[in-house]
Design a protein around this ligand. Structure first.
Ligand code: HEM
Length: 245
C-alpha cells in the first residue's frame, strides 16, 4: 500500500478528506448564492437565465462540476463511514456514559442528522432544478434562454417546497456553524490569535449563507405574484431592499 493510500484510509486521513471537501463545498455555496441573487432582479428572470445558461454550457464550469460531484460524494460517504465507526466505538465501550451532551456542542453531536436532512433536500433540489434544466425541456425566455426562472418561481409558490427549503437551510446553518471551524481545526489551524477569529467567521458564514438562501423561497412565496413580480402590497422595507437589486 503506498503512503498516499495509507494516509487517506487512516482515521486522520479520512478526517482531512472531510475537511477539504467540506471547505471546498463552502466555496461552492458562496458562488451558488451570489449567482442566485440574480433572482431578485426585476427583469423577469433575464439575468438569472443568462447566468444559468452560462453555468450549464461553459466548458470550464462543466469540468469544475465534476469536482463538485466528487466533493459531495466523498464528503457524504466519509460522513456515513465516520458516523458508523463512532457508533461501533461507543458500542464497544459498553455501559460507560461519556456524558456527550456535557462534553460537546449540540451541533457537533448532530452533524449526521443535519447532514442527512441536507442530503434529502439536495436530492429533491437537484431533480427539480438541475436535472430539469439540463435534461428537461423548459420554455424559452425573451432572450431564447431556457426559462429556469419561471421554474424557480412556480416551485417557490408551493408551500411544502418553501417549508422543505427553509428547514434545509436551518439544518445547513447548524451544519456550517460547527463544520466551518472544525474543517480548519482538522487541517491543523490551531492558533491563539487566529482560532477565535475563524470560529466567529464560521458563525457569521453559517448565519449569512443559510439566511440568504432561505430568503429566496420566502420572498417568492410571500411577496411576489405568479410571474415573480413584486406585489404592490408587499411591505415598504421589502420594496426598498428589492429596489437595491
Ligand atoms: C434556496 C436557494 C437555492 C436556489 C434558488 C437554488 C437554485 C438552483 C438552480 C436553479 C440550479 C440549477 C442550475 C443550472 O443547472 O443551471 C441549482 C443547482 C444546484 N444547487 Fe441550488 N439553489 C439553492 C440552494 C442550494 C443549496 C443550499 C445547495 C447545497 C446545499 C444547493 C446545491 C446545488 C447543486 C449541487 C446544484 C448543481 C450544480 C450546479 O449546477 O451548479 N443549492 N440550484
Amino acid at each position: 500500500m503506498s503512503w498516499i493510500t495509507k494516509t487517506l484510509t487512516s482515521t486522520i486521513g479520512r478526517k482531512i478528506i472531510m475537511s477539504v471537501t467540506g471547505l471546498f463545498l463552502c466555496t461552492f455555496l458562496v458562488v451558488h448564492l451570489v449567482g442566485n441573487l440574480q433572482l431578485f432582479k426585476h427583469d423577469h428572470g433575464a439575468a438569472f437565465n443568462i447566468y444559468s445558461h452560462f453555468m450549464g454550457t461553459n466548458p470550464i464550469i462543466r469540468t469544475i462540476e465534476w469536482g463538485l460531484v466528487l466533493g459531495f460524494g466523498f464528503h457524504i460517504y466519509e460522513a456515513f463511514a465516520l458516523t458508523s465507526r463512532n457508533k461501533s466505538a461507543r458500542g464497544a465501550q459498553g455501559y460507560v456514559s461519556n456524558h456527550a451532551e456535557q462534553n460537546s456542542e449540540w451541533t457537533s453531536r448532530n452533524m449526521g442528522i443535519l447532514g442527512t436532512i441536507i442530503l434529502i433536500f439536495l436530492l429533491i433540489h437537484l431533480y427539480n432544478f438541475f436535472w430539469r434544466a439540463r435534461f428537461g425541456s423548459l420554455d424559452p425566455d425573451i432572450n431564447n434562454n431556457d426559462d429556469l426562472y419561471s421554474l424557480v418561481v412556480s416551485s417557490f409558490k408551493q408551500w411544502w417546497y418553501v417549508v422543505l427549503y427553509v428547514a434545509a437551510q436551518i439544518s445547513l446553518g447548524y451544519h456550517l456553524w460547527h463544520g466551518f471551524r472544525s474543517g480548519f481545526q482538522t487541517l491543523g489551524l490551531n492558533h491563539r490569535k487566529y482560532t477565535p477569529i475563524i470560529k466567529y467567521a464560521g458563525y457569521v458564514f453559517a448565519v449569512v449563507v443559510s439566511a440568504a438562501f432561505a430568503s429566496m423561497p420566502l420572498y417568492f412565496f410571500l411577496f411576489t405574484n405568479e410571474k415573480g413580480e413584486l406585489a404592490a402590497n408587499a411591505p415598504t422595507l421589502i420594496h426598498a431592499v428589492a429596489s437595491a437589486f
